[in-house]
Write a protein that binds this ligand. Structure first.
Ligand code: ACO
Length: 464
C-alpha cells in the first residue's frame, strides 16, 4: 500500500470523480459537486451517474470505468449498498484515494461492510477517507470537496474533525470569525486513514502552521502508535486537540456517535502530554490558541511584559498569568527608566506597565518599541480598554506596524482589547494583520500561556 503519494492525492488531486453526483439540488451529491466547482478547483471533474448525460454543464459517465482519463480521487456519494461495487470499479480504474461520504457502516454496527471496503481499497493500493464524512477541503489547491459551506477562508490553520456535523458547523464559524484555514478534514469512522496519517501529512505541509483536532476517541489498540507518531508531528508543528467525551455520559455519547472508545480521560491527558499535544476544553479555546500559533513566533523565553492603559485589565491579566504559568518580568531600573518616557508622569513602569487612561497611540508605540528592543523581554501582552481619547482602530494600526517592524526579534505578542463595537472592529483588524487579538485580557494571556507550554515541551525534548 503506497502511503505518502496517495495522501498527496487526497489534498492535491489532479482529477476528481464524483460517484453519485446528483442532478437534484438539495441532495448531498449535488451540493458537493457544486462546492468543488464554485470554490475554484482547477483539475478535471468527472460526474458519475448512470441516469445523467451531464451535470452542471459537465459531461457525466455511467461508470468510473468509462472515464477516458486517469482519476486521482473518487468521492463516493451513493447509498451504502452500492459502495463496495463502486469501490471495486475505482480500484480497477486505478484511483488513488476514495473519499467515502456515505453513512451506514461501523457507526451503525455494519462492521463487515466497512472491513470489506478497506480490503477492496488495499487490494488495489487505494486509501480510504471515511466512511461517514462530510468531505475534505484544502484551500491552497482551491479544493472544497465537502457539503459544508462553500466559503472557506485561506490561512495557516488545519482543522481535523472526527465529528461531521460539528465540523461543518465550525467550517461556517471559521468564516464568521475570519479564521483562515489550510485544510478541513472530516475523519468519520477512520476505517483506513486516521488522525495520525492526516496530522503527519500536514506536519510536512508548508501551508499549515498549526493543526487543530476535534477528537472523540482512538480505535482500541492504537494508543501507542498515536503517541509515538504525534510526538514526531509536534516536533514540527503545534497540535491543539479537543478531546470530547470527558464525562461518563459524554464518553457513552461518543461511542454511539463514531464508534470510538472514549476511554479514561486521564489516559488521554497523559498521552497528550507525552506527545506534546496541547489540550483545549472548548472550541473557542482551540481557535484562540491556534490564532496565536498561526501568526506569532514560538517564544524563546519566559519573561513577559504587560502593557496596558487600564489598571483593572492589567490586574486581571496578572491573575491570569499567575494561574496559567506565565512569568511576569521584573523590569530592571534601566528598563523602567526607558518605559517611564512612554507614559504620563503618573503612570507606572512596573509590570503590568500602566500607560494610564490618558495614554496616546504614541505612548503605546514607544512602550512597545522599548519592550521589543529590550533583552529582558521575551513576550508581550498589549491591552487596551476603550477610552474616548484613544481610537481603537488607530491604535490597532499602530500596533500592527510595530509588530511588523520587529518580526525579526521573534518575540510573540498577543493583544486584549476590551470595549464596545469599534473595539471589536479593531480586534478583527489586528487578527487579519497577524496580531492575535481577543476581547478580554484573560484570553490573550491564556493564548500566550499555551505558546509557552509548547516552547517548554520543545526545549525539554530537544535536550533529551
Ligand atoms: N453510481 C453512480 N451514481 C449512482 C449510483 C451508482 N451506482 N447509484 C445511484 N446513483 C445516483 C443517483 O441516481 C442519484 O443521482 P440523481 O439524484 O441525479 O438521480 C445520486 O447518485 C444519489 O443517489 P440517491 O439514491 O439519490 O442517494 P441519496 O442522495 O439520497 O443518498 C447518500 C446518498 C448521501 C450517500 C446517503 O446514502 C448517505 O449516506 N447520507 C448520509 C451522508 C452523511 O451524513 N455522511 C456523514 C457526514 S457528517 C455529518 O454528520 C454531517
Amino acid at each position: 500500500m503506497s502511503n505518502k503519494n496517495n495522501l498527496e492525492a487526497l489534498f492535491k488531486p489532479k482529477s476528481i470523480a464524483i460517484i453519485g453526483a446528483s442532478r437534484h439540488p438539495g441532495k448531498i451529491g449535488y451540493t458537493l459537486m457544486k462546492n468543488i466547482i464554485e470554490y475554484g478547483y482547477k483539475g478535471k471533474i468527472y460526474p458519475i451517474n448512470p441516469k445523467a448525460e451531464e451535470i452542471m454543464g459537465i459531461k457525466a459517465y455511467k461508470s468510473i470505468l468509462d472515464v477516458p482519463d486517469e482519476v486521482d480521487m473518487a468521492i463516493i456519494v451513493v447509498p451504502a449498498q452500492y459502495v463496495l461495487q463502486v469501490a471495486e470499479e475505482c480500484g480497477k480504474k486505478g484511483v488513488k484515494v476514495l473519499v467515502v461520504i456515505t453513512s451506514g457502516f461501523s457507526e451503525v454496527g455494519n462492521d463487515e461492510a466497512e472491513k470489506k471496503l478497506v480490503e477492496i481499497a488495499h487490494k488495489y493500493g487505494m486509501r480510504v477517507l471515511g466512511p461517514n464524512i462530510f468531505g475534505i477541503a484544502y484551500t491552497p489547491a482551491k479544493l472544497n470537496a465537502t457539503f459544508g459551506p462553500n466559503e472557506v477562508l485561506e490561512g495557516p490553520i488545519a482543522f481535523i474533525s472526527q465529528s461531521g456535523a460539528l465540523g461543518i458547523a465550525l467550517m461556517g464559524w471559521t468564516v464568521m470569525e475570519e479564521i483562515g484555514v489550510s485544510a478541513i478534514v472530516s475523519m468519520g469512522n477512520m476505517a483506513d486513514i486516521d488522525v495520525v496519517d492526516v496530522s503527519k501529512y500536514l506536519s510536512e505541509d508548508p501551508n499549515t502552521k498549526v493543526i487543530t483536532i476535534y477528537l472523540e476517541g482512538l480505535k482500541p489498540g492504537s494508543g501507542r502508535r498515536f503517541v509515538e507518531e504525534m510526538k514526531k508531528v509536534t516536533m514540527k508543528k503545534p497540535v491543539i486537540v479537543i478531546k470530547a467525551g470527558r464525562s461518563k455520559r459524554g464518553a457513552m455519547a461518543a461511542a454511539s456517535h463514531t464508534g470510538s472508545l472514549a476511554g479514561s480521560d486521564q489516559v488521554y491527558n497523559v498521552a497528550f502530554k507525552q506527545a506534546g499535544i496541547i489540550r483545549a476544553l472548548t472550541t473557542e479555546e482551540m481557535f484562540d490558541w491556534a490564532r496565536a500559533f498561526a501568526s506569532q513566533p514560538i517564544p524563546k523565553g519566559e519573561n513577559t511584559i504587560i502593557i496596558t492603559n487600564g489598571g483593572g485589565v492589567g490586574v486581571l491579566a496578572t491573575d491570569a498569568a499567575e494561574d496559567h504559568g506565565v512569568k511576569l518580568l521584573e523590569p530592571s531600573p534601566e528598563l523602567k527608566e526607558k518605559l517611564r518616557k512612554a507614559m504620563p508622569w503618573f503612570g507606572s513602569p512596573k509590570n503590568p506597565v500602566d500607560l494610564t487612561g490618558q495614554a496616546s497611540t504614541e505612548n503605546y508605540v514607544e512602550a512597545l518599541k522599548v519592550a521589543y528592543e529590550s533583552d529582558e523581554v521575551d513576550n508581550i501582552v498589549v491591552l487596551y480598554c476603550r477610552t474616548a481619547i484613544l481610537d481603537p482602530i488607530e491604535l490597532a494600526k499602530a500596533i500592527i506596524e510595530v509588530n511588523n517592524t520587529y518580526r525579526n526579534k521573534c518575540k510573540p505578542m498577543v493583544a486584549g482589547f476590551v470595549g464596545g463595537k469599534d473595539t471589536f472592529e479593531a480586534i478583527r483588524l489586528l487578527n487579519r494583520e497577524g496580531v492575535p487579538a481577543y476581547p478580554s485580557a484573560e484570553r490573550a494571556v491564556v493564548s500566550l500561556a499555551k505558546m509557552l507550554e509548547y516552547m517548554r515541551y520543545l526545549k525539554k525534548v530537544k535536550k533529551q
